[in-house]
Design a protein around this ligand. Structure first.
Ligand SMILES: [Zn+2]
Length: 153
């Protein structure tokens, strides 16, 4: 995954329907169920917004995610993207009432994986809990589940 493939930004831009400056620019490639664009890179699918962000601004810090200001999952207008914490993203989605049923469960699964990864990378339970605005006990439970399930990914 560390491979920096110079062709990736080109592949990303080839799939963006570029429109007027302030409009949303739809992703024309494959999408996740919630409508977020994704691209196959180095043997895995990566969020298209993340690839776009990296190609413009450089790496996304470990504890940040690329979010939409416009609340339009397939949008790829760089001006509509911003960095936030995963916790911001969850709060934002909840506030907008976007998450229902399956999507909510999926986001929870993603958050759980992210928590598991951060714990594995050496952050303490408390640090991770603060980052996500959850109880340290929740972090403990999710880390355990992550460890149990990480073989299945
Ligand atoms: Zn947009």
């Amino acid at each position: 995954m560390n491979r920096t493939d110079g062709s990736v930004p080109k592949r990303v831009w080839a799939k963006i329907d570029v429109r007027e400056q302030d409009e949303c620019w739809p992703w024309k490639g494959s999408k996740r169920r919630e409508g977020h664009g994704q691209l196959w890179v180095a043997g895995t699918t990566v969020a298209a917004t993340r690839l776009l962000w990296v190609s413009i601004h450089g790496p996304v810090p470990r504890d940040r995610v690329v979010m939409h200001k416009c609340d339009n999952p397939p949008c790829m207008n760089p001006k509509h993207l911003q960095l936030g914490t995963n916790h911001d993203n969850v709060l934002d989605a909840q506030r907008k009432g976007r998450l229902k049923g399956r999507a909510r469960r999926k986001l929870k699964a993603e958050t759980r994986r992210e928590i598991g990864r951060l714990r594995a990378s050496g952050l303490t339970q408390r640090e991770v809990a603060e980052q996500f605005g959850v109880n340290p006990r929740t972090v403990a439970v999710w880390t355990k589940r992550y460890r149990e399930s990480s073989g299945q990914e």
